[in-house]
Design a protein around this ligand. Structure first.
Ligand SMILES: [Zn+2]
Length: 370
């Protein structure tokens, strides 16, 4: 049985722990103790050292009685700022909230708590279940850096569930875009702006022309692009020598993403040349797209588990990235499950205990299904 009171106590205890990205040590220790208490074998990988953080990803294995490879269940340990000194509470209306000065941390402790309670309750009740792999990742909120440190061979599971999106229990994201991050550095030549402007090459003007030559926003139903930051120049009496531009593009189609990133780089090069400048363009795959159709076992199992609990499944396309994008390219097909978190990444964030309990029941159902 999912123990509602225990779930509430555990959420409040964990949400009181500070866990900004790359400072997940105390959270990792608290979660390891809980995982080991119900019989999981826990390892911590080297993500902390690799990223300059103080804790690695936790990878836990719980042997199962039912046949089949392990199922993966994952949530992240880190919390977006402001998240230091949280004082979570359960209000009379049945919702967890912070005191309004910090986030609550239900992103992603709702996922963490649902996974813990589901596995713990199955062990307590002696109910046969699948072999289970649990990953609690670090650094998810800083471009999925933690999950990207999970060694390719570390995941035995081929199917799984990432608990990390807003919405009511039963909602899940089955398709998510890939994301490319583009950093461009335009370089010109400094010169006195009044006395000898013709000896200069204006890096700010080149960057502006490059940005103006590209399309931004929603480019087609599957694709978006955004220029997020420009930085450069100095006093107005100097022709500026350098200008940096940061942008990103997302698409549900990998080929479209490649083409778009290529065309942005090409527009920047053309504009740089026209202004007598050069440009270095660094194009990094932040994460890749994934898509699961309704016949996929991960989706069917989710629909069956929802049906068993009288919950209507609600699958949709997502616009953001999660650890599921990273696991997909480790060969693990994952659905991203909603866990009741609301108004995340704000100090109004809240979570209904009813929703948390329902998500824990749903995870428990998934753990016992073929
Ligand atoms: Zn999250």
């Amino acid at each position: 049985m999912i123990a509602r009171e225990r779930l509430a106590r555990e959420f409040l205890a964990l949400a009181a722990i500070d866990a900004p990205s790359l400072h997940e040590r105390e959270m990792a220790d608290a979660l390891r103790a809980r995982l080991e208490a119900f019989g999981a074998t826990v390892a911590e990988d080297g993500a902390g050292a690799a990223l300059g953080g103080n804790a690695g990803n936790l990878l836990a294995d719980l042997p199962g009685d039912l046949p089949g490879p392990p199922l993966l269940f994952s949530a992240h340990m880190d919390t977006v700022v402001p998240c230091v000194g949280k004082t979570p509470r359960l209000d009379a209306d049945g919702r967890f909230r912070s005191d309004g000065t910090t986030v609550l941390g239900s992103d992603d402790l709702a996922g963490v708590c649902a996974i813990l309670e589901a596995a713990r309750s199955l062990r307590e009740d002696g109910v046969p279940h699948r072999a289970i792999q649990i990953v609690f990742s670090v650094g998810e909120e800083i471009n999925l850096l933690g999950a990207q440190q999970v060694a390719p061979g570390a995941l035995e599971a081929r199917e799984g569930y990432v608990l990390d999106t807003s919405g009511r229990p039963g909602h899940a994201v089955d398709t998510a875009p890939g994301n490319r991050h583009i950093e461009a550095v335009f370089r010109g030549r400094a010169s006195h702006a009044g006395i000898a402007p013709e000896k200069g090459a204006n890096a700010v003007a080149a960057a502006a022309a490059g940005i103006a030559a590209c399309a931004w926003g929603r480019l087609d139903p599957l694709t978006t692009a955004n220029v997020g930051r420009i930085e450069g120049g100095g006093p107005t009496n100097i022709v500026p020598e350098e200008c940096r531009v940061s942008c990103e593009c997302r698409s549900f189609e990998a080929a479209r993403l490649d083409a778009l990133a290529g065309s942005i780089a090409e527009s920047f090069r053309t504009a740089a040349a026209r202004h007598g400048c050069t440009v270095d363009v660094e194009d990094r795959k932040a994460y890749e797209t994934f898509a699961l159709d309704e016949a996929h076992p991960v989706v069917r199992r989710f629909a069956d588990a929802c049906a068993a609990l009288g919950i209507a499944p609600d699958l949709s396309r997502g616009g953001g990235g999660s650890d599921a994008n990273v696991y997909a390219h480790r060969g693990v097909a994952c659905l991203v499950m909603a866990c009741g978190m609301t108004d995340v990444h704000s100090t109004h964030e809240s979570l209904a205990l009813d929703d948390l309990e329902a998500v824990a029941r749903l995870v428990r159902e998934l753990m016992v299904r073929a």
